[in-house]
Write a protein that binds this ligand. Structure first.
Ligand code: IVH
Length: 691
């Protein structure tokens, strides 16, 4: 047989052609169809053979050779899409009282009178995955998943295979229309799909939701086409013109434009809401789609607009969840997990059981008091409940099933991972490992948080890979992520040589890491995993301090509790003394300073861009409201100012731009006058922001 080295040019050419065709075929299988036939290693072998041929016969390295493609294959997965209007989630309510609370809050926010009715549209909460359809000039041009709400994935080609989604809208529909809704799989189709998959010896889906998500996230639209999916529209994104004044009208218009809509009910008071809830709960088993609750939306769009949003959910809508599904199983043991802040969390290990279509083998036990309070013992039979996406919980113990063999659980007073003492401070429910930086569990959890979805969100570097790379000492601190490629180049055991990896997946990983070398400040701050600094607070800090240098400088100054920087920090919404302690503690710690110095050298941190860009005169200004407002409630005034890009602060300082003084203003007004800050009456303020 010919070997590479004694092959004639003609033979080499023929061989090259064959290999190149083979590689192209595998590229298509991998990238377009998401169905590779060979392992990454076998694929790499083919490429190496091709490269060797070309080295021997450089003339073969023509521009159409697979070796010549720069940045060659299309990026793995789907293109990212920025949502023109963020895709939100919903708050939840679970009881009649909660619904009352939801209505009360709206009433207070809008300053409604006792006799004013709040009309709600009640529609089923479809258990699928949300999707935004974008129509331009009445043609479907883009479909995207929700992603993190700001950025989703482009699934246009797959969505175009769903027959009940119109590719064109009739005349009369706006020039730009984004329809938000839920993609789901009908129960009947789900059962049939699983039967087919089982017959082919393939893995079946746990529930219709997973089946719908799995079908949409197929790189090969042909597979999506073969899966019977449905769609229900329930909200709007960007629109070029207003065409309705109530949510009900929106639904009717969408329906007239052939967008499928669920049935709905109009409710005018709590009684009607609850009646409808009970009715739908009864109908639930007979519906051909899975629902996990009912969504209530304030019908009047002008009220929706005034109510606005808190963090990621609208104030004008909420989801009334159906009660959780329950099952009984045996508690096999209790494991202690250590989180990134050192918190010890007990997790119940269960005999696997199906609850509401999902196999459950773990459940949270919250903390040590909870174990005592419920008197949960190892070997007990327990009721487990699952509701929506929340972690399964143990809700009760069947004490009558005890046979004397059940053992009480002794809560550890040492960290099960690093062995340091675990302390429970006065008044705290959580016991924490004191190992801090030496505790491996905390280290790896901090890194998992660092790469998580709302933080750096690095494709291909999820929790599992972090654990592996941690164990192999490849990544031990955040900066290691950004030096990984360099170190890998010099390594004798590169990532591509690892089990389950290859040239391609290695390349994709580094590409994904490189795209995150530029990161918005809010994500960066959140990624640091400072105790009590969640996504919303990180955004607030980013909006107020603008750049990381400013933030860090302010935190340095604020270490002095007498400083103005400290007072400013405390005046920020939702940042009280306890959050301040955690923040300042983080920035004072020497090791953290080193980690930050090391890390920021690899990054470009961009300013936080508030989701709604506002050209209002008050954008970026700091406003303080004081005294009694008469035309709108304090909450609404604040929300409206914030939606225009203003920062609302609780105390007056030199940095305050405007003080809006209502009736009976006291010390804040006085301070404003002393400092020479602009003071406006309520009416002046309203005129000012109306411009
Ligand atoms: S409205 C601004 N309506 O539930 C309004 N959402 O838990 C945002 N969902 O992400 C959503 N049925 O995927 C709305 N009738 C319905 C819904 C619905 C299902 C999903 C949606 C959303 C999630 C929030």
């Amino acid at each position: 047989m010919n070997t590479l080295f004694d092959m004639s040019f003609e033979d080499a050419k023929a061989q090259h052609k064959k290999l190149a065709a083979e590689i192209r075929r595998h590229d298509a299988l991998y990238y377009q169809q998401d169905e590779p036939e060979i392992s990454d290693a076998a694929y790499d072998e083919l490429r190496r053979e091709l490269e060797a041929l070309e080295q021997k016969h450089p003339d073969l390295a023509q521009s159409d050779s697979p070796t010549q493609r720069v940045g060659a294959a299309p990026a793995q997965g789907f293109k990212k899409v920025q949502h023109a209007v963020p895709m939100l989630s919903l708050s939840n309510v679970f009881s009649e009282e909660d619904v009352q609370g939801f209505l009360d809050k709206i009433r207070r926010f809008l300053g409604l009178r006792e006799e004013d009715n709040i009309e709600l549209v009640a529609e089923p909460k479809i258990d699928g995955l949300s999707c935004s359809l974008r129509y331009v000039d009445r043609k479907l041009v883009q479909a995207a998943t929700r992603g993190d709400g700001a950025e989703g994935e482009d699934i246009t080609e797959n969505i175009k295979t769903i027959k009940e989604i119109p590719q064109e809208l009739p005349a009369g529909a706006p020039d730009i229309l984004e329809v938000r809704g839920e993609i789901y799989m009908r129960r009947s189709a789900f059962t049939k799909l699983n039967e087919d998959l089982a017959a082919q010896g393939k893995k079946i889906f746990a529930n219709p939701r997973n089946a719908a998500a799995g079908s949409v996230r197929q790189l090969n639209p042909k597979i999506t086409a073969s899966r019977p999916l449905g769609f229900f529209g329930y909200a709007l994104g960007e629109v070029s013109e207003d065409f309705a004044s109530t949510h009900e009208e929106i639904r009717k218009k969408l329906s007239a434009w052939n967008i499928p809509e669920t049935p709905y009910a109009l409710c005018h008071d709590l009684e009607e809401v609850i009646k409808n809830y009970n009715k739908l709960q009864q109908e639930r088993p007979d519906l051909d789609y899975e629902i996990d609750g009912i969504v209530y939306k304030v019908n009047r769009l002008d009220w929706q607009e005034r109510l606005g949003f808190v963090s990621r959910a609208p104030r004008w809508a909420t989801a009334h969840k159906f009660p959780a599904q329950q099952a009984i199983t045996k508690l096999l043991g209790i494991d202690i997990q250590v989180g990134r802040t050192g918190a010890l969390t007990p997790v119940a290990r269960l005999e696997p059981i199906t609850v509401g279509g999902v196999v459950v083998s773990n459940a949270t036990l919250h903390n040590e008091d909870e174990i005592k309070r419920k008197d949960v013992r190892i070997g007990d039979y327990v009721t487990v409940q699952r509701a929506g996406d929340v972690i399964p919980q143990i809700t009760g113990v069947l004490t009558e099933k005890r046979d004397g063999k059940q053992a009480e659980f002794i809560y550890p007073d040492h960290c099960p991972v690093c062995g340091s003492i675990a302390i429970r401070e006065e008044g705290e429910v959580v016991r924490r490992c004191t190992g801090g930086l030496i505790c491996e569990a905390q280290g790896v959890e901090r890194l998992k948080h660092f790469v998580s979805r709302l933080a750096f969100d690095i494709d291909g570097l999820g929790a599992k890979i972090i654990e592996e790379f941690w164990a192999d000492q490849l990544i031990r601190k955040p900066a290691d992520i950004f030096t990984l490629e360099q170190r890998n180049r010099e390594s004798l055991t590169p990532i591509r040589a690892r089990e389950g990896w290859g040239d391609l997946s290695e390349k994709n990983l580094f590409e994904a890491i490189n795209t995150r070398r530029t990161i918005p400040l809010n994500r960066f701050v959140y990624a640091l995993g400072i105790r009590q600094i969640g996504e919303a607070t990180a955004k607030r800090l980013a909006a107020i301090y603008g750049t990381f240098e400013n933030l860090q400088a302010a935190m340095d100054k604020a270490q002095d509790r007498e400083s103005e920087a400290y007072a400013e920090l405390l005046s920020i919404e939702d940042i009280g003394p306890s959050v301040t302690d955690d923040l300042l503690g983080f920035f004072a710690e020497e090791h953290n300073k080193e980690v930050l110095l090391d890390l920021t050298a690899h990054l470009t941190i961009t300013p936080f861009e508030a989701p709604k860009t506002s050209d209002s005169a008050v954008a970026g200004k700091t406003v303080v409201f004081t005294g009694t407002l008469t035309q709108l409630t304090r909450a609404e005034a604040k929300a409206r100012a914030e939606s225009l890009g203003a920062k609302v602060s609780g105390s007056v300082s030199k940095k305050t731009d405007y003080v809006v003084a209502g009736e009976d203003s006291g010390s804040k007004l006085k301070k404003a006058q002393e400092l020479g800050v602009n003071v406006l009456s309520e009416q002046e303020w309203l005129d000012f922001i109306a411009e």
